[in-house]
Design a protein around this ligand. Structure first.
Ligand SMILES: Cc1cc2nc3c(=O)[nH]c(=O)nc-3n(C[C@H](O)[C@H](O)[C@H](O)COP(=O)(O)OP(=O)(O)OC[C@H]3O[C@@H](n4cnc5c(N)ncnc54)[C@H](O)[C@@H]3O)c2cc1C
Length: 401
């Protein structure tokens, strides 16, 4: 049996483990986090990725954890309502699209992998090709041999660094930063996205159905490099500078940051690579083709990528060169279509001037009364819908069909 090491137990890693197991491989997942991580932030599953979930028999469990968001409320600096918008329209969701917390989706996927070995609190530190496999060294566990190694370890992938070189060659910054953290429930309103847009920076707070706390989201233009992931003081200082003088409850949110258990801040970037494989090492999900949170499609890319990679490797009888080549050929146009959404979406998420904000909120207020409203709404959602369906999935294996 072909032994496959998957580095990273997020959405792409767990989905890949599921599909490889159903295609007759023996996957092992190594995850750097000490334990499964709950919560995180809201993510969307759309188009072809819904078909993948369906073929895994997981649609019901995923829908049962839908965030249930109903409204987006735009607020001015004094907290007065400027406009409202249906939450699905705000998130670019149509038809059967699902919004779920990343932690819930990962937990559902991981639980479905059955007897697959998931090793937490460990990480790959070295990869060495041998005549017929890969020798893998771990930070904690014993050194082991695998037939294939797949990096599903996200935007700052370790496997990518080890097999392809420093990330600076592949990360393409989009000129904005994103920060997200848990804040007390009192900042939010259940099932509502509260949004305070200002020139060059937007703050949002949301509380999903039944959640005990709220999430704050900070988006801002900045050419600066993000502080290191572990540098919480540097991250708070950068946010303080970027949101100095803000209105609404932003000063209170900033004051709450030192108590936030999970502050995440990073430069919004995409991953662009000419190849997603090298020898017996391949990449999937954000590690290979992060589209950035602005695309809203990273989760769907991870699910579809996992499905297509497992199918391609199975069809190639586990032969890496043929399997990886077929995977790339099928995924490239889908990735390009979805990465292209990010810059366009960002322009609507962080507006450049007070005039643009006034125009956007006036349009939102007028929208319900405008003739041709349906057509205008579908024009907004159409590019996302088209991109999320821009792939023909290979057939599932007989057992999983
Ligand atoms: C703030 C934010 C908001 C987002 N919003 C959306 C959205 O609205 N819609 C959407 O579709 N997508 C969104 N995304 C993107 C989405 O989360 C990712 O595109 C998606 O989760 C890709 O999954 P992945 O499994 O490839 O990577 P990740 O989710 O990053 O998972 C990588 C996993 O690998 C682990 N790992 C990292 N390094 C190592 C290592 N060295 N060894 C072992 N394990 C390691 C990590 O702990 C993690 O579990 C957002 C992302 C962020 C950061």
């Amino acid at each position: 049996m072909t032994d496959v090491l998957i580095s990273g137990g997020g959405v792409a890693g767990c989905a890949l483990a599921w599909w490889l197991r159903h295609r007759g491989f023996r996957p092992t997942v190594v995850e750097r986090a000490a334990a499964p991580r709950d919560g995180g932030y809201k993510v969307d599953v759309r188009g072809a990725a819904l078909t993948v979930l369906d073929r895994m028999g997981l649609t019901g469990s995923v829908r049962a954890h839908d965030t249930g968001m109903r409204l987006a409320r735009f607020l001015d600096r004094r907290g007065r309502q400027l406009a409202t918008m249906d939450a699905a329209l705000f998130g670019g969701r149509t038809g059967g699209d699902v919004e779920i917390m990343r932690g819930d989706l990962t937990r559902i996927l991981r639980a479905a992998t059955g007897d697959v070995e998931h090793r937490f609190d460990d990480s790959v530190t070295a990869l060495r090709p041998t005549a017929d496999g890969m020798d893998v060294t771990f930070a904690r566990g014993a050194h082991r041999r695998f037939d294939l190694v797949i990096g599903a370890d996200g935007l700052h992938s370790t496997v990518r660094r080890l097999a392809f070189g420093p990330e600076s060659a592949y990360l393409r910054p989009l000129g904005h930063h994103i920060a997200i953290c848990t804040v007390p429930s009192g900042f939010g309103e259940e099932r509502v996205e509260l949004l305070h847009p200002a020139p060059g920076r937007t703050v949002g707070v949301y509380r999903t159905a039944g959640a005990p706390d709220a999430r704050a989201l900070f988006l801002f233009r900045s050419p600066a490099e993000a502080p290191d992931q572990g540098d919480a003081a540097g991250q708070r200082a950068l946010l303080g500078r970027a949101f100095a003088g803000s209105g609404w409850r932003v000063p209170e949110l900033l004051a709450a940051l030192p108590d936030a258990p999970d502050l995440y801040l990073d430069a919004m970037s995409q991953v662009r690579m000419e190849r997603w494989s090298s020898g017996r090492v391949g990449l999937v999900g954000d590690a290979a083709y992060a589209a950035s949170p602005a695309s809203g499609q990273g989760t769907s890319l991870g699910l579809v990528g996992a499905y297509v990679l497992a199918a391609a490797l199975a069809e190639a009888g586990g032969q890496p060169a043929a399997g990886f080549a077929a995977y790339e050929q099928r995924m490239r146009p889908f990735v390009a279509a979805n990465q292209a959404l990010a810059e366009r979406n960002l322009k609507g998420m962080v507006l450049g001037s007070a005039t643009q904000i006034r125009f956007q909120t006036s349009m939102l207020r007028l929208l319900p009364r405008l003739p041709g409203r349906e057509r205008m709404v579908s024009r907004v959602a159409e590019p996302i819908r088209r991109a999320s369906d821009a792939i023909t999935l290979p057939d599932p294996p007989a057992r999983a069909a």
